[in-house]
Design a protein around this ligand. Structure first.
Ligand code: TK8
Length: 346
């Protein structure tokens, strides 16, 4: 009797251990599955707000990535420099604490000097010329300089043609720049070019511009119409002069630390999404540029055209700046840029 009892006890003990073991394995399996299924999070921050074409482009990127990865890649979007300005977010990508940002190329010139060839005033006459250069061999050459700086460039989006706003006087001729305290991006070509035109340029991060205009620490700034509208600069500026003095691209950047840990399939999804959302964003940017001008006319800001003759004089005046930076950025690259443009214009 005692023996039978002993065996029964041992059997139930073994049964209990078996049950515990089976449930442990299955929870590991589900946990393992969970780990396998756990999405990779992409923190994507930009400097402009959600309704700007840059913000709409980022939302399109998010939609494409999450759909193509069946949720394995999750994009968290941050707008209006909530993660910092262009330079700060770019540094966060290099440090691996943020995965995506889409800055203007101009503030990157301190890090990758060759991008500066895109900042030459009056370089592009049309957005189509910009697309051809950026999506062609020169744009590719510039993207290839990014990985050594801990960055991967996937595509160019559009910031657009820039115009001057200020609170002092309309800009009809070069003389009207005289003494104007003008905010510029942190970009040596723009700073020197506006000095050459007679202005008094101050480099500043974008998110500080509205307050600086409002408190009159600066007289003016320069940006594409969509940005002037979406950041309500018309509330603190009296004049908008359509100088169209330079075209600025955005560049779609991914942290190399993050990129190198993705599978080839995941990398392809991000690349395709950045290019596809970029095409959508460029189209939206061009539509918005036209719409913004009509809407800005209703705000009361005084808008003036700048004649081609006066823009030619400005272009002539800043030639010494182009020569100086062609030497710094590489005369071969600059020569290639201008001859490419010659070919496009034939
Ligand atoms: C936004 C900036 C901005 C740029 C500037 O992140 O700084 O004036 O035109 O749009 O990239």
């Amino acid at each position: 009797m005692r023996k039978r009892k002993m065996i029964r006890k041992m059997m139930s003990g073994l049964l209990l251990i078996g049950l515990v073991f089976v449930s442990a394995c299955s929870s590991n399996a589900t946990q393992g599955n969970d780990q396998k299924e756990q999405a990779k999070v992409i923190k994507a921050g930009i400097g402009l707000n959600e309704d700007h074409p840059q913000g709409q482009g980022l939302l399109k990127f998010k939609e494409i990535v999450e759909e193509k990865s069946a949720g394995k890649l999750k994009v968290q979007t941050y707008f209006s420099a909530s993660l910092g300005d262009d330079l700060k977010m770019t540094e966060a990508l290099q440090g691996g604490t943020q995965e995506v940002t889409i800055p203007s190329t101009s503030p990157l010139v301190g890090m990758i000097k060759e991008f500066g060839v895109l900042d030459f005033p009056f370089l592009f006459n049309t957005a189509e010329e910009a697309d051809t250069i950026l999506d062609g061999p020169i744009g590719k050459k510039l993207l290839e300089k990014l990985p050594e700086h801990g960055l991967v460039g996937l595509a160019y989006w559009e910031n657009g043609f820039r115009h001057v706003t200020n609170s002092k006087n309309p800009i009809n001729t070069m003389e009207d720049f005289k003494g104007l305290k003008l905010r510029t991006m942190q970009n040596e070509v723009h700073i020197d070019a506006f000095k050459q035109l007679g202005a008094n340029p101050t480099p500043m991060a974008f998110s500080e511009v509205f307050t600086a205009l409002e408190s009159k620490t600066i007289d003016g700034q320069e940006n594409p119409l969509a940005t002037i509208k979406s950041n309500k600069f018309y509330e603190v500026q009296n004049y908008l002069s359509l100088t169209k003095h330079v075209y600025t691209p955005f560049v779609f950047l991914v942290s190399k630390k993050f990129w190198d840990n993705l599978s080839p399939e995941e990398q392809q999804i991000l690349k395709d999404a950045a290019v596809e959302a970029g095409k959508y964003q460029r189209e939206l940017s061009r539509q918005e540029d036209k719409k913004a001008l009509e809407e800005l006319k209703k705000t009361g800001i005084k808008i003036n055209e700048v004649s081609d003759e006066e823009r030619k004089k400005m272009e002539e005046a800043i030639k010494p700046v182009i020569d100086k930076y062609a030497k710094k950025f590489g005369e071969e690259l600059v020569k290639e840029m201008y001859s490419e443009l010659e070919k496009i214009r034939q």
